[in-house]
Design a protein around this ligand. Sequence first.
Ligand code: XMP
Length: 517
Amino acid sequence: KILILDFGSQLTQLIARRVREAQVYCEIHPFDVGEDFIRAFAPKGIILSGGPNSAYAALDWRAPEVVFRLGVPVLGICYGMQTMAEQLGGKVAASGKREFGYAEVRVTAPNRLFGPLHDRRDEEGRAVLEVWMSHGDKVVALPPGFAVIGSSDATPIAAMADEARGFYGVQFHPEVTHTLKGKEMLERFVHEICGCGRDWTMPDFIGEAVARIRAQVGDEEVILGLSGGVDSSVAAALIHRAIGDRLTCVFVDNGLLRLDEAEQVMATFARNLGVKVIHVDASERFLSALAGVADPEQKRRIIGRVFVEVFQEEAAKLPRARWLAQGTIYPDVIESAGGKTKKAASIKSHHNVGGLPETLNLKLLEPLRELFKDEVRELGIALGLPHDMVYRHPFPGPGLGVRILGEVKREYADILRRADAIFIDELRRADWYDKVSQAFAVFLPVRSVGVMGDARTYEYVIALRAVQTQDFMTAHWAELPHALLAQVSHRIINEVAGINRVVYDISGKPPATIEWE
Ligand code: XMP
């Protein structure tokens, strides 16, 4: 397995995904994780990520010395290369101007990292690689033992290697697709240089995960809150594969779900997979707790609190349950405070249900903790979950509660559900569903005047939202075809009583957010 030490780059997760795609297991840990941890981890190779700092200025942002003494290969990327150079006796300096974007690197010496890779050859027949750069500083003097293996016009030491020790540094980013041969470079590093086998595959993972769950749980019972979202669904299917009937899922209908959602969850899990699912219709309880409340954060708190109460009551009916299973996935683990380096700012705050494990006094079972989202999806398919469920857009925990602006009422939720279903249905028909990251309807409790037939109407407004994004931290509104928008608007106004106007949201994030509340 490979250890990735994170110096705070936004791209660190991409490095890990490329390594996993090469079928090699890896984990990301903060660069300042202890020496003991690194020794115990026993990596076959180490990758030092990029980061926002200056290697000649930030004296405390260093790789632990043990990294260079374990006798395993090390690859430094961007900042990782710079700190490697500084720590091993080379020199880094500010380069005056930032180099950002496309660059060409000439391979200047044969080496195992690049091997035969090239995107073209120059006039003298040397290999040229098209890469993506993003840096202000650069290495200006090599550490002893190193040779230059790649140069660009702006950066003479764009890549360096000490082949004897298996130490490599690249100033560019092999983890992004703009570096055309980047994926192959990372594959060469983990396979050829570190000697890792291709043993991280989905069937292997299922086998190992099933064995691990059985060993962990023994003959005890497990309870899981099934939301219908990808993560909890895949966790449920996996745990069911391991322990069958000793898993009980609790599906809480809070009255704020999408059209027919409860029905679909019950059909998939209870009927098709034979999973034990308790379906709790708590919609009345949620809606009455929300009556008269207009503030978005207060609504979130109420929905979260009632969920915990309902779940606890159900758990109390299962006295034999000793474990609480959750669909925590790897990005949750590394982004939550514990995973990030002490020094890096925490970037994303987490919304998902906290509080349950403490109050329930159950042990935590998190079988997806080491998987990325795309791996979770692959696993879901391998476990027999329907494609539409596994590739569904994310849906917020508070559900329609934050898509009905202001006070939530059952009447509004019923209208919104139907409008939303029409929007999604038309997106699927037009082959646009998979081209957007998230799409939904929003209920605006304002009335506007319209005319239908001979009559004047005075009804509510539906806003449509569709965005494209990589990470949900920034997003573009999707440029849906006008004909598609026209069809959605036409159907909503004709089929959903109470709506006489449909608008499309053309705000990016930032400054808007994806949800309206
Ligand atoms: P925003 O609106 O912050 O949304 O741009 C970013 C992503 O987070 C989801 N979201 C939530 N998910 N509980 C959740 O589980 C919440 O309270 C919540 N608020 C926003 C949103 O759907 C989008 O995918």
